[in-house]
Design a protein around this ligand. Sequence first.
Ligand SMILES: [Zn+2]
Length: 212
Amino acid sequence: MRSIRSLQEIIFPNRCLGCSALGLEICSSCRGNWHPHIYRTFSSWQPHFPIYSAVSYSAIAGKILLAAKENSLKVADELILQALKHSLRSCIQERGIGFLVPIPSRKSVARKRGRQFINELTLSLSQNSHLAYYENLTHIRKVQDQSSLDAKGRYANLDGSMRSLRYLSGRAILIDDLVTTGATLSEAARALRIQGIEVAAAVTACVAEPLR
Ligand SMILES: [Zn+2]
C-alpha cells in the first residue's frame, strides 16, 4: 500500500494536500494552517494531566491527518511528525522525561491502512528524542463511532475499552494525532493506571475545539 503510494507520488505531479492546487506538496497558504505553536490543554475535569499540541485543528489540518492515515503520504507523515516533535519538546521542558506510549488504532483499521499509523510516528519520535517507546495499549472491545457523541457520551463509550499489556517503571507520555474531548487519552490513562503506570502528559499533533 505504502510503496504503491510512494510510486504514485513519483509518477504524478504534486498537488497540495490542503487545497489540491498543483505544484508543491503543501502550498504556502495551507502551510500557514500547519505552523507549529504550543497549545497546552488543562482540563478541569478529565484527563488529569496536561496535553501538549502544536496545531489548531482546521479543515486543512484534517486533510493532512487524513492523507497520512488513509493514504500513507510521506509528506503528511513528515508534517505530523514535525508537529509532534514540537509538542514533545515543550512537554519535556515542563514535565520532564517519560517513555512514549502511542494510542493505537483499532486492529481492523490498521489492517485496512496497512500500518499502525501512530505507532510508526511514535517510533520516529522516539529515535529523535531518545526516549523509550513501548506499544503498551490494546483495544479490548468494540465502541460506537464517536463523531456524533458529545464529551460525556464519548467518555461513556470508551470506558473500559482499552487494556495495558504490562507494567513498566517510570512515567508515560501518551502520543496521538488529535485531541478533541480527551476521552481517548483518559481511557488510555485509566488502562495504564491499572497496571500501576502513571501518565505524566500527552502529546498530540493537533488540538480541536472540544464538543461539549
Ligand atoms: Zn494548498
